[in-house]
Design a protein around this ligand. Sequence first.
Ligand SMILES: Cc1cc2nc3c(=O)[nH]c(=O)nc-3n(C[C@H](O)[C@H](O)[C@H](O)COP(=O)(O)OP(=O)(O)OC[C@H]3O[C@@H](n4cnc5c(N)ncnc54)[C@H](O)[C@@H]3O)c2cc1C
Length: 374
Amino acid sequence: MAQLLHLEGIDSVVLEDRSREYVEQRIRAGVLEQGTVDLLNEIGVGERLRREGLVHDGIELQFAGKRHRIDFPSLTGGRRITVYGQQEVVKDLITARLETSRPLHFEVSDVEVNGFESESPVVRFRREREDVELRCDFIAGCDGFHGVCRDSIPAGVLRAFEREYPFAWLGILAAAPPSNEELIYAYHEHGFALHSMRSPTITRLYLQVRPDEELAEWPDERIWNELELRLGLEGWTLNTGEVLEKGVTGMRSFVVEPMQCGRLFLAGDAAHIVPATGAKGLNLAVADVRLLASGIAAWYRNGDVSLLERYSSDALRRVWRAEHFSWFMTSMLHRLEGGDEFDVKLQLAQLAYVCSSEKAAASLAENYVGLEHV
Ligand SMILES: Cc1cc2nc3c(=O)[nH]c(=O)nc-3n(C[C@H](O)[C@H](O)[C@H](O)COP(=O)(O)OP(=O)(O)OC[C@H]3O[C@@H](n4cnc5c(N)ncnc54)[C@H](O)[C@@H]3O)c2cc1C
């Protein structure tokens, strides 16, 4: 957001309550849509991404003991995804920001946003033991699901739509070369498993577990055994290695409407969450700020408010499409708690359809690589 504004000659102050080291190491998403990659290149932060990002032409879906490939370029008119860790994107953006010499403050605390229903919003925060008050034209609430911006909006303005899924993902990062060139989404009677990667030497792997799963119940050996079982195929070997990171992430869908209150605009996880199965969270955050930055730029250029007035409805069209796709992938690939054999047959029928009909495969592919126009 700050880089987009900077390129339009607009000043901004970026506040982050964590340290630089923390945000540069925080492991999260890793699948970048074509549109996200294009934007990062356009704003001049794509040099390392072009060098180190792993361009993927497809994914594999595995069920009933077989793998089926979904080929992106042939189904989407040449579009692809790039695997590049979110923390690497964060590092590149921080470097670019520091080069502009515009303000970026880490480890601020007590952030409060006020006055955004007037023409001069105020942000208060504490930095290096000093209280700071900042007056501005707009506040971009890009502070994630647990940030302060959404909750600062008066009751009754926002409407929340929510779904909790009865399972979570146990994710590991391992010092092992990927065992497959592309991501593998596996449907198995023990539950979903995902084989992903972050680099030619680092694998990212996930297992469907209960939402209240204790990590202590999962020593490394049990994780590897279960991954081997769910992802295994005859003639294929799962590479193992030191487990560098381990965590359990809940699966939830969440949207607030509208994504705005006066001059406070919500973007990214502050306004919406998707289950990770569709790999959309980071990509949606990027799509939001692209829209918001062009609205703010039009306002400064000639006082044109039309894009800002449309920000929420324009952003929500893409958000709901991604919410549906993420729900679709999640429902198709996870064993449903309390589900019966009928559910299993439906899921297998859907998987077989996606892998045998070119039109169904094209629908999955165009959503996965990111729709150009929503
Ligand atoms: C464990 C995990 C795994 C994930 N895996 C995937 C995946 O595989 N694929 C995918 O697409 N998505 C994934 N996601 C989702 C994706 O990471 C998010 O959708 C994305 O980070 C959203 O970006 P954001 O900028 O909106 O929010 P964030 O990345 O959360 O950024 C918000 C920032 O605001 C800061 N902040 C919070 N409160 C304050 C405050 N009061 N004052 C100042 N700063 C504040 C936070 O420290 C943070 O740096 C995952 C998320 C998690 C948690």
